[in-house]
Write a protein that binds this ligand. Structure first.
Ligand code: PLP
Length: 377
């Protein structure tokens, strides 16, 4: 029909479309292969094997060993586990973390844990010198690999080197990064790492916590012997299989995906700046998640832009709101000291593997058209 085109989904930092290959791999475990992986009879063998295979695939994708991979219900649970099960005196984290980290810290604070929130630079990353200034023995450090609002990628290797100098454990929330940029837990030197399947074209409600062999972490959920006795509960076999399949697929295609997404971001940037020359692109211009854009347009309400884009069939996210229920300026934009005017005019556009190259120009064109309309008023 004339005038109607397909919806453009450009909010892949919020969640991604399930990879059809992952769905195919999941189906048998939602249908006939429904055995409990802990079962002792032969019927349970394929579920048990599927779990072990998934553990190995995921381990290989991030440079770990299979016994270091623990299945969880997603990024939020992994972050909670990493922070709440460590016996430490203080948590040193950054002011731009996801609420899964920040609110876990708030809860721990109530029971006496000390929390240190590190400042970030204008790119939203933590300088290794800042960590060196604050960290001391007995701390747990938790600094995100990549930021969900502005896409900046931290220099985790430099940060873990500082942490190692003090002999403290280092956790990273890599929910936005796994499946999108190369990750090797050994090279990065992290002790724990959180990831979530629905951010890399896997199913929702499943994730992992990598726990380096030798790290003593308390059990997170008590019950049966699942997850080596550390996280009880019958495993979500189909979703775990889907997670491993989508991660492997994304990792295999990472180079070509990154190439496509980088071109899209360049096209988008050049088109926007060509008309709205005073627009600002937030985050670290060099160390950035592929396909991730945080755009601030002064004098324009990001919220209006968000709704008008939605009416025109384009899904993005506002940069102002911490979540869809809150319209406060986000803690991340505050932390990078973006002016209130720019903060209020911020939207997040995140392209993913399912976008076509033309989507970048289409979204930029609609933003420019809405910008002109809003300026006329
Ligand atoms: N950490 C970061 C950086 C995220 O972006 C998110 C989700 O947006 C989470 C944690 C929470 O992950 P999940 O939705 O799997 O609970």
């Amino acid at each position: 029909m004339k005038g109607i085109r397909e919806y453009i989904y450009a909010d892949n930092a919020a969640t991604t479309k399930l990879d059809p290959i992952a769905l195919e791999a999941m189906l048998p475990f939602l249908k006939d292969d429904f055995g409990n992986p802990s079962g002792l009879y032969s019927f349970s063998r394929s579920a048990k094997k599927a779990l072990q295979d998934a553990r190995e695939i995921i381990a290989e994708c991030i440079g770990a060993t299979s016994e270091e991979i623990f299945f969880t219900s997603g990024g939020t649970e992994s972050d909670n586990w990493a922070l709440k099960a460590v016996q430490g005196e203080r948590i040193v984290t950054s002011s731009v973390e996801h609420h899964a980290i920040l609110n876990s810290c708030n809860t721990l604070k109530k029971s006496g844990m000390k929390i240190e929130l590190l400042p970030v630079n204008i790119c939203g990353t933590v300088a290794p010198d800042t960590l060196a200034e604050f960290v001391k023995s007995g701390d747990l450090v938790s600094i995100m690999l990549a930021n969900n609002e502005i896409g900046s990628v931290n220099d985790i290797l430099a940060l873990t080197s500082v942490a190692k100098g003090c002999g403290v454990l280092f956790h990273t929330d890599a929910v936005q990064a796994v499946g999108h940029i190369p990750i090797d837990v050994r090279k990065l030197g992290v002790d724990m790492l959180s990831a979530s399947a629905h951010k890399f074209n896997g199913p929702k409600g499943v994730g992992i916590l990598f726990i380096r062999k030798g790290v003593q972490l308390g059990n997170f959920i008590d019950g049966g012997q699942q997850e080596f006795g550390h996280r009880a509960g019958t495993e979500n076999v189909a979703s775990i299989v889907g997670m491993a399949t989508s991660l492997r697929h994304n990792c295999l295609n990472m180079a070509s995906n990154t190439k496509k997404l980088s071109k899209m971001v360049r096209d988008f940037h050049d088109t926007i700046i060509g008309t709205i020359s005073h627009a600002v692109f937030n985050g670290d211009p060099m160390n950035h998640l592929p396909g991730h854009i945080s755009l601030s347009i002064p004098g324009v309400s990001g919220e209006s832009m968000f709704h008008l884009l939605d009416l025109r069939g384009i899904a993005v996210s506002t940069g102002t709101a911490c979540n869809s229920l809150s319209l406060e300026i986000s803690h991340v934009l505050k932390a990078i000291e973006l002016s209130p005017e720019l903060s209020m005019g911020t939207i997040r556009i995140s392209f993913g593997v399912n976008n076509s190259e033309g989507d970048a120009l289409a979204v930029a064109g609609e933003i420019i058209s809405i910008y002109r309309k809003l300026r006329e008023k």
